[in-house]
Structures are given as C-alpha cells and as structure tokens.
Design a protein around this ligand. Sequence first.
Ligand code: FES
Length: 105
Amino acid sequence: MVKITVTDLAGKASAIEAEVGLSLMENIRNADFDDLAAVCGGCCSCCTCHVFVDSDDFERLPEMEEDEQYLLEDSDHFQTGASRLSCQIEVDDSLDGLKVTIAPE
Ligand code: FES
C-alpha cells in the first residue's frame, strides 16, 4: 500500500491507501470518490479520469503515451506539466506520497 493524497472537486484533500498494481483511477474509485467518472473503465478513450498531478510529483510519473496525450490536449482543462489520465498510471511503491487533484470534466 502507498499513501496518495486526492483532492476532490470541492477542494477537500483526503489521503488514501492505494493498492500497488492497480491503476491510480481504480484506487481513486475504490476510495469512493464520486467526482471521477472514468466512463470508459480505463481504456484510454474518455478523459473522464483526468487528474492534475502536483507539480513536485509530475516528473516522478512515467512518460505518457501518444493516445493519452491526444485525449488530454483535447480537454478544455488541459494543463501542461500537471494533466494525466489516472487510468494510465499504475500505482507502484515509487508513487508513495503522490498528490493529485481531480480535474473538472
Ligand atoms: S477511464 Fe477513460 S480515459 Fe481513463
């Protein structure tokens, strides 16, 4: 388990115990955050699992694939150096302490 802090759309930050091997999206949904729709279930085709990664943490994540980047850049809320699709991030021990904010749809 690794600790990840998730801020919801209302600005409330909560620490969750994330399970290694699941995606960040799955972990956020398992922690009952209603703000993260994740409509496509993790197929990288909907952009409703968009999160903003804390600027200090962004470089800790693996680089995104082209399909993730295309989807994010189409979003009205895209932020360079912060936006990621949480379904494309597999949680491992290196992500302990990560901070993310759920993006508006
Ligand atoms: S859940 Fe659809 S792109 Fe992540």
